[in-house]
Design a protein around this ligand. Structure first.
Ligand code: SF4
Length: 475
């Protein structure tokens, strides 16, 4: 398999789901480019998009049809005005037309995106695009959304990657063992190794800017979640909690500017009980933004996008007590490379592995980065990552109503708290005494994923999803 960059793990995404929203969006963009390269765009008479498996079963709650429509309209997830998405979709539903590079074709989002419950063989998130040309010829492509916004075409599915060529990478990292060996040989911390591998493609300045942009979006999503009242969309009537919790923790104050709010948090000196609430607040805020179709960073997925920002905020404001850009960059570099080990050797797709593949992975990434920030050796960091994943093994994915709200939002708080504890435990332990290695936990996670009943893999056909009936307004 090819190299997986930190910037593959952290992508700019629109909520609520990286596999069901961002992935289909990117698949549609790739299909459009394919048609463009074949010079077929002007010959198209009509198009149909067929969704399979988990994409079909929970696609409406996850906004899969909306993401495909936005991509067909030429919108980019990195740039779209998220406050205007509703209007764009409403307009499309009214006009039932899309402009395919000057070729205006009929497109009815309710009829031309078809939800089929059968599964395609390679992965449960399958999309089949069919374009009918003026001469009735049909062109067809199948893509899979394989988690974290990664997309793969049917023909490439045996390689399981869309990433760059591995020969150029200075340090091959196929496992935690490789990572620790390189760190030992070069006297690197993990963030240094991670950066050295990014330098194959980007220069120092680019890496710095991209990492700080990732953090900017993460922090904005926390801020926005803390300053938005009301109920989440989708029909479950989930009341947003971050707004009230932020207000309570700031003694009733409502801070409207982001810098004022940041200054105010920096003045806090929370006691032991409040620390839990602060960490939870940061995680809840991000995932409420995600659930409301806002902009977040996949970390490594949309559903788990709150864990890493929450742990990093906790470290910056309550441990280091300094808003330090270097710390932010190192944290993300370490978290990213640890996440890539799960992507490479197991899965970050809930449709393939349940919630252990989302919240478990994000918690593990955050634990490693926090252990390093707290002064741990590479071995301590990997032990922290191992502990965090070990206690998420088997966690199922059963979102109520196919929405990324219950249990997803709170689950980010739990993943963040576990990451903090895992880092602290690892730092108090001699890693040479570890009986279970990180690499063995990753193998176990994959085996558990393979053994898991498909009811618990983002299908909303089991678990908590059966306990509540929902009038899903996205559905
Ligand atoms: S239960 Fe976990 S894996 Fe499933 S949608 Fe929610 S956060 Fe994602």
């Amino acid at each position: 398999m090819s190299h997986i960059s930190v910037f593959d793990m952290f992508k700019i995404g629109i909520g609520p789901s990286s596999s069901h929203t961002l992935g289909p969006w990117k698949a549609t963009q790739r299909w459009f480019v394919e048609l463009q390269e074949k010079q077929k765009l002007h010959q198209i008479k009509s198009i149909k998009v067929y969704l399979y498996g988990s994409l079909s079963l929970t696609g409406k709650g996850h906004g899969t049809d909306m993401a495909i429509a936005l991509a067909l309209l030429g919108e980019l997830p990195e740039e779209i005005d998220v406050n205007n998405i509703g209007n764009i979709i409403m307009q499309l539903k009214k006009e039932k037309k899309i402009n395919f590079a000057g070729n205006i074709i009929e497109f009815d989002i309710e009829k031309d995106i078809v939800f089929l419950e059968d599964f395609l063989p390679f992965h449960s998130n399958g999309l089949r695009f069919v374009a009918t040309l003026q001469n009735e010829e049909q062109i067809e492509s199948i893509f899979y959304s394989i988690g974290g916004g990664f997309v793969i075409k049917e023909e490439d599915s045996s390689q399981n990657s869309q990433c760059d060529n591995e020969e150029k990478i200075p340090y091959q990292v196929h496992s935690a063992t490789d990572l620790l060996n390189h760190c030992a040989a070069e006297s690197f911390q993990i963030w240094e190794l991670s950066k050295a591998n990014e330098l194959y493609k980007y220069n120092e300045d680019e890496i710095s800017k991209m990492l700080l942009n990732i953090w900017r979006i993460m922090e904005e999503s926390i801020y926005l979640g803390c300053h938005t009242e009301g109920f989440l969309p989708g029909g479950l009537n989930v009341k947003r909690r971050a707004f009230d919790l932020n207000k309570d923790l700031l003694f009733g104050s409502k801070y409207h500017s982001q810098s004022e709010w940041r200054d105010c948090i920096a003045k806090q000196d929370p006691d032991n009980r409040e620390i839990f609430l602060w960490v939870s607040l940061f995680a809840l805020a991000v995932n409420e933004v995600n659930a409301a179709l806002g902009r977040i960073i996949t970390s490594p997925t949309n559903g788990s996008s709150g864990v890493i920002p929450a742990v990093l905020m906790y470290y910056l404001f309550f441990i280091k007590k300094e808003y330090c850009q270097e710390t932010i960059k190192k944290f993300l570099l370490t978290a990213g490379i640890v996440g890539s080990l799960f992507k490479r050797n197991a899965t970050i797709s809930a449709a393939a592995g349940g919630c252990q593949a989302e919240i478990g992975v994000s918690s593990s990434m955050a634990a490693a980065a926090l252990a390093e920030a707290l002064g741990g050796s590479p071995a301590h960091c990997i032990m922290a990552a191992e502990i965090a994943m070990e206690h998420h093994l088997g966690l199922t994915c059963d979102p109520v109503g196919g929405l990324v709200q219950i249990p997803c939002i709170e689950r980010n708080s739990m993943g963040a708290i576990k990451a903090i504890l895992a880092a602290e435990l690892a730092l108090k332990t001699d890693p040479s005494n570890a009986i279970i290695s990180f690499d063995n936990v990753v193998k176990t996670m994959l085996e558990t994923a393979n053994d898991m009943n498909s009811k618990y893999k983002e299908t909303s056909q089991g678990g908590l999803a059966l306990r509540v009936s929902v009038n899903c307004t996205n559905c």
